[in-house]
Design a protein around this ligand. Sequence first.
Ligand code: RIB
Length: 310
Amino acid sequence: MKQPRITVVGSANVDLTFRTPRFPQPGETLTGHALHQGMGGKGANQAVAAARLGADVTFIACVGNDAFGQAAITAYQAEGIQASFIRQTEDEPTGTAAILVDDEAENCIIVVPGANALLSAQDVQAASAMFEQSQVVLCQLETPVVAAVEAFRLARAASVLTMLTPAPAQQVTDELLALCDVCVPNKTEIAALTGHTIETEADAVRTAERLRDRGVKRVALTMGGNGVLILDQSGATHIPATKVKAVDTTGAGDAFTAALAVSLAEGMSLVDSARRASAVAALSVTRIGTQTSFPTLKELVEWIDRQENA
Ligand code: RIB
């Protein structure tokens, strides 16, 4: 099979993860269990997860001209990612995320964008040749929307599939959504885009339909332990979550999106791709950390085998 080619446009952060028994109340000081430092950012996470699953990945991003930015580029190169379109700027430091993970494996994240905020349409244009060679282009919303719009325009012009993770949750213009082939929101993000909250499975279908009314072609709505809802031309399909003991859910959405992109690039249907991506996300939440939790293709195959024979 030909190696899938994926271009990712998005954020690169340093993640500082604080393990805590529970989330603090306003004004409260808590003693945590542990601190981990690693690479993160929704764009970088998707690039790394896709590369580990066997894709040929180009990552377009902006980091600071500092030790974190250099360490990030070195780490992506070690993953086999094409990193020559990552710009280093003197004007802002590399983006940073403070992540709290509690004993229930839930997380809260604060991101200070830093250099991510400087990613421009020109940065994307500088890599225009990479779009024509890709099967899928992935964007998120931790970098300016103008960069995502430019990426999707170039992708559409080259008949390349466009996928959007609309995170962090925010309102976006119809211009971006109209250029999106597959939108991968969670419940918070789809509420921000449609103004509708989800309580039941019927709400999930209705809300996904409203998102489609805004211009996206297909929806893969991730609902954590409640699985994934796919809305495509054949209607709605619910995919239950694989039951696992979660220790850290940070980055699971990014691992899901990357695996979805790789499977679509390999020619699988959206529903089959979502089944495989759910397994990748499930495996990732059984491990601590963000990029440290993403499996290689070999690890994924072995893990699925063990699940089926358990
Ligand atoms: O989706 C998880 C990511 O969100 C973390 O890696 C953090 O950097 C923030 O971007």
